[in-house]
Design a protein around this ligand. Structure first.
Ligand code: IVH
Length: 669
């Protein structure tokens, strides 16, 4: 064997070992940098010796080109599903049934594991090498997602076999690919920033990531896997489920550390009930606990009914409910003026957590359910959703009356309105203090993302009268903060510094923070890119506003109205004088559009358009506009009295576009 071949083999072995320490044992031995160095060395050697590359090399996780679609594959054995139970009694009844069917006094041990809320997967290893990964599909046939599953780093491309162990001819492994909750949060922030849709929950995120046509996209997603058992397999393997989990872990598979073995159903019941509140400790979603009979021989004898094994059950928590007093319905006025009712409850334990507030939707919904202040109500928490008031608990208490939305805004006293076709009441007063407060909360959080300065900070300073609008924030001094309870020298200095740093946030975020009606993050970014500067945006006519992506006549009207308001203009001027960004920076310009990758130079005067306007239009379509002609210039747009640039372009053979061609180009794009 050549030196390179030997080194390549050694590197692969070492890299696999460290990946195993990291992903499976959660106990890395080297730093990320150390790992990267090994990986880079392997990559370089493989680049120099392509003939030595094999499919199971750690560098080949993302190798396949984007697919057209997914082929269907038949499972080696059906991937069944689990019968669920929701009460202790049902679980005990199942255990009694298991005993009866086994028809003897032999001991029955159980294994419990978290039921992972992700996407089920079957992995087939031949001679120890991953050859196929398939989704569950209808249980009999799934989709071949091998290329994508290879991109999930916690899935071994090769089984990790102890010295001298012959690789099994065939070994199928089953598990659940999932998104961590922290990964989902980060992913969604990035999705929103990119103007894309958020994933509603980790299950959809996992399933969606597995069904990407481009494995490169899957590789970018924070996916991981928990393996929960073996499917069809040949060769020697343990004869109990619990031993199998340990055996699989040694062979490189990521086994959930919370799997536990119990010898009595009583212990199982206690553990399942404890998990209802313990689940909050996990950084992934579980929708119950799976209980399995440990012995494979017993599993075999118990068999299955309609592809649901009699040897296993999923213990799922019923959506937890509790009854408590609805003390008061409080109205919160949002930053857009919407009146949101909020139930203030006598604190009560629901599914392991104390709940003292719950959402209510709107007046119509409250009245349909006949939810009244002072009544006993049923509160529900299902999964991780915000607690909700389901309805009254039994008969109404004497003296309670149907609830009515207040006729006046609780904060400014202005009469509330309910626009036609909407379910929400609104406070029409744009100077309503609550809207100012909520706008500030929105500004420091979602828009400017000021570190350590959040809702609590804003509410506190608002109450102290130190904060009424965004510019006030930038005028706060350390001394002022020192007068506020909870602030010391360090925290006050940090807050002021974080506020100062936020001045560098890009124009699109500032636009989002300004709280123009019906302008969320994506539209704010589109407006910033389209107009480039606040002056152009504020000067734009309705027709011009409608040219920005996503802006229809309604919004154009609202923006124009916002722009014509003196107070809003003064706010912009004030913030600008404080040093905030009101122009798009180069980094924000990266619009992806039909002209992405094209680069133009403009010279001379154009009839009816300023150069800036032409530049903005080209950039809005993804093109880059530069000052001088270079190798990368796609074309030079030449108006009247062109400068030397036109001559230079002609000499360099760069295409010249007159005004007519420019209009063609813009229209075509
Ligand atoms: S054992 C016959 N163990 O739950 C099926 N399943 O309804 C035996 N799941 O789609 C499955 N975590 O993917 C098992 N620890 C676990 C699990 C688990 C999640 C999923 C599984 C299947 C569904 C069963």
């Amino acid at each position: 064997m050549s030196d390179s071949a030997a080194r390549i083999q050694e590197l692969r072995r070492v890299i696999e070992h460290h990946a195993y320490r990291y992903h499976v044992l959660d106990d890395p031995e080297i730093s990320d940098t150390g790992y990267d160095a090994l990986y880079d060395e392997l990559q370089a050697l493989e680049d120099a010796h392509p003939e030595l590359i094999t499919d199971d090399s750690p560098t080949r996780r993302v190798g396949a080109a984007p697919a057209e679609g997914f082929t269907k594959v038949e499972h080696l054995a059906p991937m069944g599903s689990l019968e669920k139970v929701t009460t202790r009694e049902a679980l005990e009844k199942w255990a009694a049934d298991v005993r009866k069917r086994l028809d003897s006094d032999e001991p029955v041990a159980y294994v419990i594991e978290p039921k992972i809320d992700g996407s089920a997967i079957s992995l087939v290893y031949e001679e120890g090498v991953l050859v196929r990964a398939a989704t569950r599909g209808d249980g009999f046939r799934g989709e071949d997602v091998t290329a994508n599953v290879r991109a999930v780093k916690a899935v071994p491309l090769r089984m990790r076999l102890p010295e001298a162990e012959v690789p099994p001819t065939l070994f199928e492994i089953r598990g659940e690919v999932y998104f961590s909750l922290s990964g989902l949060a980060r992913f969604n922030v990035a999705q929103v920033a990119a103007g894309k849709k958020e994933a509603p929950n980790p299950r959809n995120a996992a399933a969606g990531s597995l069904r990407q046509l481009d494995p490169g996209v899957t590789a970018e997603r924070p996916l991981s896997i928990w393996i929960y058992g073996a499917g069809v397999h040949e060769g020697d393997a343990p004869d109990t489920h619990f031993a199998m989990l340990g055996w699989l872990r040694e062979r490189g598979f990521r086994i959930n550390p919370h799997a536990e073995r119990f010898e009595t159903i009583d212990e199982v019941v206690i553990a399942c009930e404890q998990w209802e509140s313990r689940r909050a400790e996990l950084d992934y979603e579980i929708d119950g606990i799976v209980i399995k009979v440990d012995s494979f021989a017993q599993q075999q004898r118990l068999g299955a009914l309609h592809e649901r094994p009699r040897w296993a059950r999923a213990f799922k928590w019923a959506p937890s409910t509790a009854v408590t007093t609805l003390k008061h319905i409080h109205i919160r006025v949002g930053r857009t003026g919407a009146l949101n009712p909020l139930a203030e409850l006598e604190p009560v334990q629901v599914g392991g957590v104390t709940v003292s507030t719950a959402t209510l939707h709107n007046e119509e919904d409250i009245n349909r359910k006949d939810i009244r202040e002072g009544d006993l109500v049923i509160v529900q928490r299902a999964g991780d959703v915000i607690p909700q008031v389901v309805g009254p608990a039994g008969e109404h208490l004497p003296g309670t009356t149907p609830w009515k939305m207040p006729a006046h805004c609780p904060l400014c006293g202005v009469e509330v309105v309910k626009p036609e076709g909407e379910v929400k009441h609104r406070c029409p007063n744009r100077a309503c203090p609550s809207r100012g407060l909520e706008t500030l909360v929105h500004w420091v959080g979602a828009a400017m993302d000021i570190e350590g300065v959040g809702e609590q900070f804003v509410r506190k300073l608002w109450d102290e009268g130190l904060l009424r609008s965004m510019p006030d924030l930038y005028r706060l001094s350390v001394e002022q903060l020192l007068g506020i309870e909870g602030y010391g020298e360090i925290s006050a200095t940090q807050a002021v510094a974080a506020i100062e740093r936020s001045k560098a946030q890009p124009f699109s975020r500032i636009l989002f923070g300004l709280n123009m009606p019906k302008i969320g993050w994506v539209l704010a970014r589109n407006l910033a890119r389209h107009f480039g500067t606040v002056d152009r945006l504020l000067a734009a006519t309705r027709e011009e506003l409608e040219e920005a992506e996503g802006i229809g006549p309604d919004r154009a009207e609202l923006i124009a109205e916002w722009a014509s308001d003196d107070e809003n203009r003064a706010l912009v001027e004030d913030l600008r004088s404080l040093g905030l960004q009101f122009e798009v920076a180069e980094s924000e310009r990266a619009v992806v559009g039909p002209l992405t990758g094209f680069q133009y130079v403009i010279t001379g005067t154009l009839d009816g358009y300023t150069r800036d306007e032409v530049k903005a239009s080209l950039e809005a379509l993804g093109a880059k506009v530069t000052d001088s002609v270079s190798k990368r210039t796609t074309g030079v747009i030449v108006g009247e009295n062109p400068g030397v640039k036109a001559a230079k372009a002609e000499k360099a053979g760069v295409p010249i576009l007159g005004q007519a061609e420019l209009l063609e180009l813009l229209k075509g794009a």
